[in-house]
Write a protein that binds this ligand. Structure first.
Ligand code: AMP
Length: 543
């Protein structure tokens, strides 16, 4: 027997409608390419996304068609999120930092009909043009005064496009499983793979992420996503922030700039900021050098890579800012775990609390977790046993776009293999020890590169650290620590290696230290281990 509840589809447009009614006056502040501090309200954003929806319909787009964006975080990008998905088209967010050949692959694979682009990426698209012949036209996200002289065909001005349209638009009543957005994984090997979100998964993910034990988002918050709108939908913030009516602050092209971020955080009274560890390094360094403290910031949500213990400590002890470590991936919308305390943990000492905070967090309702061994047998949750981390839930992809089961990560019993190796403790807190392909295998035993990196970054002379396995005649592989020195610091290799004593098992301690000027990063700001392994492929470890 069915219950007697309304069969209301979970739609992205319903978030826009709700936000406009209940939080219409809430501000959205953006740094854009043509305005250092653009301000308007949620009401303006939703009205303009309806104007965009009218324009797109007039251009002959049909349900399911892909409209791409290649842009930084700002209000126009947000309007496109709602205008495109709300109309039943698919908003394909593209990472501009990808290699040109990856961009060409993604645009063609997605069969993007139109591309909305920031002014700065016009030259990049002009170069790609001969290889993306199926794109019908480009919408340049600026006003008429800033329109460039471009060779892009059908280059329309975003503001003029909107100006010509009415703000009256009835969002279509879509099936909630209708595709809404598309994001390609920045895979380090092979072609990028497309993850196709739908309205239902997006709304459920937003409900889950605002919960107190996840991001604890409310209408009182001021949220600054440093995480780009092209990186898993900025972890869902465009949806969750509007769902609760939080004020949004978009950093535009300023996301890597510690000083500019600091100014935005302070002047806009930001309470929650989200990003990968690399961006917080820049901010914390700026604060330290300039002697500044973060006055309004209550918490940072950090994920996308392991969060170093030293970073958590600096946020907590120096800046009085709580960190919520999260773990997830493009395939998971992205949230799988969040690290918030449970009842009974109030009495933990400083060290124990920090030990716990360095873990990736506990599973949130909606994302099941398990760890399995090489035979697929489930491993115990004892915080010691480690194995392949698998997940299952309504906002986790069931396949990759146009790969029809050939992605290799979906198991027959419905679980998705994340490619991460992890432990889970008795309380349900999961800790990532490595990517499967980054694991260092020494004498048949695994060494966690992440734990070693975490320990290294705690040394005051180290700005950034990566650990990779290099060939060893006896042990097959041994860890090599590659570091970037902190400003004005010299690296004493022996002292640095001695620093690991007591922090990790003796046999885990790296065999050598290599000092480099900078580490290679992926397009989403993570350390590119594959490139490092290539650089150090012939490295001879000392006897
Ligand atoms: P992406 O799809 O680009 O967001 O990358 C997802 C991957 O980033 C995961 O599979 C993990 O390997 C890594 N990752 C994300 N969050 C964390 C975290 N808190 N700790 C360690 N690794 C993480």
């Amino acid at each position: 027997m069915h219950g007697l509840m309304m069969d209301t589809p979970l739609l992205i447009s319903s978030i826009a409608r709700h936000a406009e009614k209940f939080h219409g006056d809430r501000e959205i502040v953006s740094v854009t390419m043509d305005d250092p501090r653009h301000r308007y309200t949620i009401r303006d954003a939703v009205r303009r996304s309806r104007q965009l929806a009218n324009a797109l319909a007039r251009m002959g787009l049909e349900t399911g068609d892909r409209v791409a964006t290649i842009a930084w975080n700002d209000y126009r990008h947000l309007e496109i999120y709602y205008g495109v998905s709300g109309s039943g088209y698919v908003c394909h967010t593209i990472n501009p930092r990808l290699f040109p050949e990856q961009l060409v692959f993604i645009i063609n694979h997605a069969e993007d009909r139109w591309i909305c682009t920031d002014l700065v990426f016009v030259p990049l698209l002009e170069k790609l043009l001969p290889q993306i012949p199926n794109v019908e036209g480009f919408i340049v996200m600026t006003d008429e005064a800033h329109m460039p002289d471009t060779s892009l065909p059908n280059a329309l001005c975003y503001e003029s496009l909107l100006d010509a349209e009415s703000a009256e638009f009835e969002w279509p009543l879509l099936d909630e499983r209708t595709a809404s957005a598309l994001c390609y994984t920045s895979g380090t090997t092979g072609d990028p793979k497309g993850v196709l979100y739908d309205h239902r998964s997006t709304v459920l993910h937003a409900f889950a992420s605002v919960a107190p034990d996840v991001m604890n988002l409310s209408s009182r918050d001021v949220v600054l996503p440093v995480v780009p709108l092209f990186h898993v939908n900025a972890w869902g913030i465009p949806y969750s922030a509007l769902m609760v009516g939080a004020k949004l602050v978009f950093p535009g092209p300023k996301m890597g700039d510690g000083e500019a971020l600091y100014a935005l955080l302070e002047e806009e009274r930001v309470t929650v900021a989200l990003g990968v560890p690399t961006v917080w390094l820049a901010l914390l360094q700026y604060c330290e050098q300039a002697g500044k403290t973060l006055e309004s910031l209550d918490r940072t949500v950090i994920g996308g890579a392991a969060v170093p213990r030293a970073m958590i400590e600096q946020f907590e002890k120096v800046q009085d800012v709580r960190t919520i470590q999260g773990w997830g991936m493009t395939e998971m919308s992205p949230l799988g775990t969040a690290n918030t305390p449970k009842a009974g943990q109030e009495g933990l000492g400083d060290e124990e609390r920090l030990d716990l905070a360095t873990k990736a967090g506990r599973g949130i309702f909606g994302c099941e977790l398990r760890i399995v061994d090489d035979h697929g047998t489930e491993l115990p949750w004892d915080g010691v046993a480690y194995g392949a981390l698998q997940v299952r839930g309504p906002w986790i992809c069931s396949d990759y776009f146009k790969l029809a089961g050939a992605g290799g990560s979906h198991k027959e019993d419905g679980w998705f293999d994340t490619g991460d190796v992890a432990t889970i403790d008795a309380q349900g807190y999961m800790a990532i020890t490595d990517r499967t392909k980054d694991v260092i295998k020494s004498g048949g035993e695994w060494i966690s590169s992440i734990e070693l990196e975490n320990a290294a970054i705690g040394h005051p002379a180290v700005a950034e650290a990566a650990v990779i396995g290099v060939a060893h005649p006896k042990w097959t592989e041994r860890p090599l620590l590659v570091v970037v020195a902190a400003k004005g610091q010299e690296i004493d290799k022996q002292a640095l290696l001695a620093f690991f004593k007591g922090k990790v098992a003796d046999w885990w301690i790296p065999n050598d230290v290599a000092v480099v000027d900078e580490l290679p990063h992926t397009a989403t700001g993570k350390i590119k281990k594959i490139e490092l392994r290539r650089q150090f492929a012939d490295y001879a470890l000392p006897e």
